[in-house]
Design a protein around this ligand. Structure first.
Ligand code: IYR
Length: 223
């Protein structure tokens, strides 16, 4: 085996009771998160976005290649360009590209091809998955477990934004190759999602369907 350097690792001790209390407290915070589709134009400090991206950048990932890029959009002109391109894709999706089964599945969410939040929200974080690049981002080195790595990073990004009091929406226009062009990203990067970030609009609602969560007994088995 190739020799490798190590550094010590430990965590502060925590009693069982404290561990349970902390896990439940964070669970309760995270369970308050909703996918928000009605954003106000109230600003959110850039520092919040920076900290959340740094949190995302600490995610476990394949071979520590950190195969992600976060293109942060606040310029009204760029947000408009993204909205226009996304809505064009969504019109095709809702007007026939999507199967009836898919549209039926979306009906309880009430989504449609109108995406004003792409212009209203102060920040759009366009998440790219780097198929190649390695830790030095050379554009050539193979990356591993790219979707898994970037998916985990997105979870940590959203959790941090939620903790900062932000509303978020993971938006996935399909196909979304146009995001590479608008954000000026290279061919070996695949746009994965837009994380819309802001504050909920006054009077914002979420679909009641979103509150139906599978219970622990259904989502876990113990062997
Ligand atoms: N991208 C479309 C459709 C859509 C698909 C799924 I799966 C959702 O959970 C929500 C929406 C849209 O954004 O409307």
């Amino acid at each position: 085996m190739q020799s490798h350097e190590t550094v010590p690792y430990s965590l502060p001790p925590v009693s069982d009771d404290e561990a349970i209390a902390r896990a439940r407290a964070l669970r309760d915070r995270l369970k308050e998160r909703r996918s928000c589709r009605y954003f106000s134009d109230a600003p959110v400090p850039r520092e919040v976005i920076e900290a959340a991206i740094e949190a995302a950048g600490s995610a476990p990932n394949g071979a520590n290649h950190q195969p992600w890029h976060f293109a942060v959009v606040s310029s009204p002109a760029t947000k408009r360009a993204i909205r226009e391109a996304a809505e064009a894709e969504e019109r095709a999706f809702y007007a026939g590209k999507a199967s009836d089964e898919w549209l039926d599945a979306l009906a309880p969410l009430g989504t449609d091809d109108d995406k004003p939040f792409l212009e209203t929200a102060p920040w759009l974080i366009v998440v790219f998955a780097q198929r190649k690049g390695g830790i030095d981002e050379d554009g050539k080195t193979q990356n591993y477990y790219v979707n898994e790595s970037v998916g985990i990073a997105c979870g940590m990004l959203i959790a941090t934004l939620h903790e900062a009091g932000c509303a978020t929406l993971t938006h996935t226009p399909s196909p979304m190759g146009f995001l590479r062009e608008i954000c000026g990203r290279p061919e070996h990067e695949k746009p994965l999602m837009i994380v819309v970030v802001g504050r909920p609009a006054e009077g914002a609602t979420v679909p009641a369907h979103a509150l139906k969560k599978k219970p622990l007994s259904q989502i876990a088995s113990w062997l």
